[in-house]
Write a protein that binds this ligand. Structure first.
Ligand code: FEO
Length: 170
């Protein structure tokens, strides 16, 4: 499968940033001394900011890409399960809820609590990453091809411009 021309590749730039953020988060969690409340608070702030960004990424994709693709397919009376179900099972909301929960309940907790929540977060981030990276790859490989099949080059250039513009506000 030939890669999408860069002018109409709507996923790669935001996804490169997301993968880098995930790597940095994994490094941050590995380096965090959960016993130390300063380290703990900094790590939680970092997690919360990053996962809020990820949620916005999903919102931008829905509004700028997925709803347009669904609408185009509906008009053509084509049903594709992957399109219907996109963003329904990538665990992003679950992860953000866990981070918010730790943020509310974990701040100013005892050292034992922080260590407990910290282990939970490390495990959850590992599981999230295991699901999320294939999701990004599916968008880049399957969804990009669908977009190229059902939209014109010029339409995709406009979509890419809007996607990047919205991401630049994060
Ligand atoms: Fe690009 Fe749906 O994450």
């Amino acid at each position: 499968m030939a890669p999408a021309p860069s002018e109409i590749d709507v996923f790669s730039i935001p996804h490169t940033r997301i993968v880098k953020q995930l790597e940095e988060l994994t490094d941050t969690l590995s380096a965090t001394n959960f016993s130390n409340h300063v380290d703990w608070d900094r790590m939680l702030d970092n997690l919360r900011t990053t996962f809020t960004d990820f949620k916005f990424h999903e919102k931008i994709e829905n509004e700028c890409i997925m709803w347009k693709l669904k609408s185009r397919l509906k008009r053509l009376k084509i049903e594709i399960a992957a399109v219907t179900n996109v963003h329904s099972d990538n665990h992003l909301t679950d992860m953000l809820d866990l981070v918010e929960d730790c943020f509310k309940r974990g701040k100013n907790k005892t050292e034992d609590d922080r260590v407990h929540f910290g282990r939970m977060l490390v495990k959850a981030l590992r599981e999230f990453t295991k699901d999320f990276l294939p999701h990004l790859k599916e968008e880049e490989e399957v969804f990009q091809q669908l977009l190229m099949k059902y939209f014109t080059f010029d339409e995709l250039k406009v979509i890419k411009f809007t996607v990047l513009e919205r991401h630049s506000q994060l």
